[in-house]
Design a protein around this ligand. Structure first.
Ligand SMILES: Cc1cc2nc3c(=O)[nH]c(=O)nc-3n(C[C@H](O)[C@H](O)[C@H](O)COP(=O)(O)OP(=O)(O)OC[C@H]3O[C@@H](n4cnc5c(N)ncnc54)[C@H](O)[C@@H]3O)c2cc1C
Length: 389
């Protein structure tokens, strides 16, 4: 098969700086040399290659747009390009980096105390410590405002009670950022593994994101000191702002998964012969390839513009929602079309499209479902929020 060169039909690449191109190429090489050789085995076993965490750290890919505390302070566009290349490998790899960087390190940098930043950011940036983000509960997914997990004052500290569900990195995390209801609203607490009353359990039997650690967290009177509460995070808007950071990366990441499906389908269609001709010569196959290319190109337009806006400090929720919603649905459509182009071969793990296809089902649901992002954009354009009573 032809070497992977990404998709650049409209010349977005020419707008990248030398640094952006160079980091993008470094991540692409890491994915090809260190991740792709092991993904089939991890996907089959349902495990994440956590031994790669330190390598991701050494390359500066964990919390890359944070400044200081061991983080390189790269541009938002570069963060997006990193997500794109990681998700070209697997959505599980990008999920690991998104949770670590956008959902644990970003809130630490935005809402944490100086001590919390010094203690955790360098460790998390280096991949020596792994973090997870616990917002979703068994009874509250799309509506985290209904959260039942509580934190009550206990002398100088807090006691946490409740359950979190579907938590990426839960079982390998050294520290969990858990969101809980307090008498004053919603607060974020750092709960370290080993805290009595804090336990995690793997969620088994996943069809999707198999190479990602997903688990439940139980908080059974877990006691944490006041020093573990994020002082700057008040109210539900704090975890929602973290999600906006992660969704930005997902919008980019989906381009990587879609581009890998397109690349695989095009190469296969040029090689595979039926009726004495390459199947790429048939109009119906060409239509599928052109549709993929067209939708990927439109999705690239969204994220390149979003990246430049974010670099200028403009990052409105509805714009991120529109890009996440569009690009993930687009990538899922590309994966389905690529699977069809590959025929029976598309259902095996010899090719990545079946893996991307099942992964993207989760990506369409997490970090705000496709429907919730529709309602966020709907509320923006009509002024009428449909998801509130
Ligand atoms: C692999 C994986 C990893 C995850 N990682 C994390 C993590 O690290 N941390 C974390 O906190 N969470 C995580 N999640 C949870 C994820 O964010 C939730 O699954 C998501 O928010 C949806 O919640 P739910 O699954 O409970 O679905 P529900 O909220 O029950 O929704 C079910 C369906 O109803 C629809 N729906 C709900 N409300 C409305 C409405 N008002 N109007 C129209 N339709 C509606 C939804 O769109 C969806 O189609 C993860 C999920 C998965 C699958």
């Amino acid at each position: 098969m032809q070497p992977y060169r990404g998709v650049d039909f409209y010349g977005f690449e020419a707008q990248l700086s030398d640094e952006e191109r160079s980091v993008r190429d470094t991540v692409r090489s890491f994915v090809e040399q260190r991740f792709l050789p092991v993904i089939r085995e991890h996907h089959a076993a349902g495990t994440f290659p956590s031994e790669l965490a330190r390598e991701l750290g050494e390359l500066g890919l964990l919390g890359p747009s944070i400044h200081g505390y061991g983080c390189p302070g790269l541009s938002s566009t570069l963060y997006g390009l990193i997500c794109q290349e990681l998700e070209r490998g697997d959505s599980g790899l990008r999920s690991f980096a998104s949770v670590q960087g956008s959902l644990v390190m970003w809130p630490l940098s935005a809402y944490g105390s100086e001590d919390q930043k010094r203690r955790w950011l360098p460790e998390l940036a280096a991949g020596r410590a792994i973090g997870c983000f616990g917002l979703t509960e068994p009874g509250h997914g799309s509506d985290p405002g209904g959260m039942e997990t509580t934190a009550s004052r206990d002398g100088a500290g807090w006691v946490l009670r409740g359950n979190k569900m579907w938590i990426t990195n839960a079982n390998q995390a050294h520290v969990a950022l858990v969101w809980a209801r307090t008498p004053d609203g919603v607060d974020g607490f750092l709960v370290e593994r080993g805290t009595p009353g804090f336990t995690t359990q793997a969620i088994k039997g996943k069809f999707s994101l198999r190479a990602s650690d997903t688990g439940e967290i139980a908080l059974d009177e877990a006691r944490v000191p006041e020093a573990n509460r994020l002082p700057g995070a008040r109210g539900l808007k704090a975890p929602l702002a973290c999600l906006n950071e992660a969704r930005y990366g997902i919008a980019w990441g989906a381009i990587g998964a879609a581009a890998d499906c397109y690349h695989t389908a095009l190469a296969y269609a040029l090689e595979r012969r039926q009726f004495d001709r390459p199947i790429a010569s048939f109009q119906l196959v060409q239509a599928k390839l052109v549709e993929m290319l067209s939708e990927i190109t439109k999705g690239q337009g969204l994220v390149h513009q979003l990246g430049r806006l974010k670099d200028r400090g403009i990052n409105p929720v509805p714009l991120v929602s529109l890009a996440k919603r569009n690009n993930v649905a687009m990538a899922l459509d590309c994966a389905r079309a690529a699977r069809e182009v590959l025929g029976a071969a598309g259902i095996t793990d010899e090719y990545p499209v079946g893996r991307h296809l099942t992964n993207l089902e989760s990506v369409k649901t997490y970090e705000g479902t496709h429907e919730i992002h529709t309602l966020i954009v709907g509320a923006e354009i009509t002024g009428l929020p449909a998801f509130r009573g």
